[in-house]
Design a binder for this molecule. Structure first.
Ligand code: 6PG
Length: 254
């Protein structure tokens, strides 16, 4: 098994439980947003799907932030209607957007109508136009991780490349996953983000966390996430292998 090199800009914090994990995540997101908007006009936040970020989104909906200067993007999506129970847009609408007064022009969902390849190309165009005149893509990418080491909809079987020329891909999730047809940003898009915040909760993921963080298993897509400035993993104790914590768990300034 080949192992990826250690990441000097890696922070790993272990929180007692899911509530504490969601709280720490909301504190960090708010701190990053406030610090960045002290020196730039807008903040580009990429959202994760799945169940783990739900608590974070609910807390962000109650957090006072200059939302009119925050643009929301999606790191991946299931190719279902946006009101479908498994849609990542629906997740965010129910837990975050419905509680906020955010201009619709700040919300950039992945299109899920039409041919998936066309939808992927359309979203790549949206991102390329949004980030055309800057060195990085998202200011912060929120990511989760599956027990198989996938992140966004980058699955081990697809061997996602850190030098993929595409910004967004239409993929088919392996049969063990509920919704097959997916759209996902590629590794280079996440690795051109300034920061990434990976949220992992639950004992079923502990072995994969160990493989990614301690054994740097290169077969796992999550192992290849290396944003430009800072990579932060927030784990709850159930998901944390021994000696997982690295560096401190206080929010970092920009
Ligand atoms: C998605 C996500 C995906 C998710 C993991 C973990 O659209 O499903 O982006 O990558 O983060 O599957 O999902 P849970 O948080 O539900 O365990």
């Amino acid at each position: 098994m080949s192992s990826a090199p250690p990441d000097p800009s890696l922070d790993v914090a272990v929180l007692p439980d899911y509530e504490a994990l969601s709280r720490a995540a909301a504190e960090r997101v708010a701190a990053y947003v406030r610090a960045a908007l002290a020196t730039q006009d807008a903040f580009a936040l990429a959202l994760a799907g799945g169940s783990t970020p739900r608590g974070l989104y609910e807390r962000l909906a109650r957090t006072s932030l200059p939302w009119d200067r925050i643009h929301l993007y999606w790191g991946d999506e299931r190719v279902v209607p946006h009101d479908h129970p498994k849609s990542n847009v629906r997740l965010v609408r129910e837990t975050l957007l419905d509680g906020l007064d955010l201009p619709a022009t700040n919300v950039h969902p992945m299109p899920t109508t039409g041919a998936p390849d066309d939808a992927a190309a359309a979203y790549a165009d949206t991102l390329q136009r949004a980030f055309a005149d800057r060195a990085h893509t998202f200011d912060l990418a929120l990511l989760g991780m599956g027990e198989d080491g996938h992140t966004a909809s980058l699955f081990p079987e697809h061997e996602p490349s850190p030098s993929d020329s595409r910004w967004v891909r239409a993929v088919s999730a392996p049969p063990r996953h509920d919704i097959a047809r997916r759209l996902t940003c590629t590794l280079p898009v996440f690795n051109r983000a300034r920061r990434a915040l990976v949220l992992v909760s639950g004992a079923s993921k502990r072995d994969t966390v160990r493989a990614a963080l301690q054994e740097r298993d290169a077969r796992l897509p999550i192992t290849h996430v290396h944003p430009q400035d800072r990579l932060v993993w927030l784990l709850d104790e159930a998901a944390a292998p021994p000696d997982a914590a690295q560096n401190d768990d206080r929010p970092h300034s920009a």
